[in-house]
Design a protein around this ligand. Structure first.
Ligand code: SF4
Ligand code: SF4
Ligand code: FES
Length: 251
């Protein structure tokens, strides 16, 4: 950003439309969506995220990976003629004609602070930090709200029974979007509970893999020191090149 810009110019600049490269004359099918109550005509077939950008919204927060992994683009929406409020990720959900929507980029849920090495490996750790878990009424609303199709209620129940392995495995694909917590009538913070369960399981039960032991030994013996020094001294341009040309794991 230009450092000489004054605050009013910066506000005007941040409000500029984002062009998506779509030329309006080439678009055959349009739908109307309502973002925070205001109507916009957008091309059919776009995701909520790209449709909002087409409509002129510029995301500074509330977007990250654009691939359904980071959990930043939570959205609550209602379809035309339907009374139900639905939840989804803006980068993964297609717009529909008459859709009403609003972004929920962050859920201000409380997150416990703890030292995992000082916790006892049983349900007391969960009850100490998240006592509200005992209020779960098994309504399954969290499961229905989850854009990852996780069995959220099941992992909460597993955590409540002190079954950290099950809670960790069932919540493994959680992207921390917060939508389950936003809809829970008992005000649980399912994803933070799951994170504690995964940490407990990882710390106390999951066997330390051999490849990890081997890699830690290699690091301790200085195997990567030269390479690290090279990276620390590299310019931004060199780092960008290194990143672009990095070896990738095959699918
Ligand atoms: S929404 Fe809340 S109360 Fe309902 S099952 Fe999920 S955790 Fe339990
Ligand atoms: S479990 Fe909750 S926070 Fe995790 S992905 Fe599902 S809705 Fe989002
Ligand atoms: S932008 Fe990351 S999940 Fe949508």
């Amino acid at each position: 950003m230009n450092k000489k810009m004054n605050i009013m110019d910066r506000i005007a600049d941040s409000a500029k439309s984002v062009t998506t490269g779509v030329d309006a004359k080439d678009i055959e099918h349009w739908v109307t969506i309502y973002v925070m109550g205001r109507a916009y005509e957008v091309p059919a077939d776009l995701t909520i995220l790209t449709a909002m950008e087409f409509a002129g919204y510029k995301f500074v927060r509330g977007v990250g990976c654009r691939q359904g992994f980071c959990g930043a683009c939570s959205t609550i929406y209602r379809k035309k003629g339907d009374y139900k409020l639905q939840t989804g990720m803006a980068c993964q959900t297609r717009v529909e004609d008459g859709m009403y929507l609003v972004q929920i980029p962050f859920v201000p849920a409380e997150k416990a602070i703890y030292d995992i090495s000082k916790e006892s490996y049983d349900v007391n750790a969960i009850l100490k930090h998240y006592p509200e878990i005992a209020r779960c009424v098994s309504c399954n609303t969290c499961t229905k709200a989850c854009p990852q199709d996780l069995e959220v209620m099941d992992y909460v129940q597993a955590a409540l029974k002190g079954d950290f392995k099950k809670a960790a495995e069932e919540s493994f694909d959680c992207i921390q979007c917060g939508l389950c917590a936003a809809r829970c009538p008992s005000e649980l913070v399912q994803y933070h509970i799951a994170q504690l369960a995964r940490r407990m399981y990882g710390r106390y039960e999951f066997p330390e893999p051999d490849y990890l032991k081997k890699r830690v030994k290699e690091i301790d013996m200085g195997k990567f020191n030269k390479e690290m020094e090279k990276i620390m001294k590299a310019s931004k341009k060199e780092l960008v090149k290194l990143y672009a040309e990095r070896e990738r794991e095959s699918d």
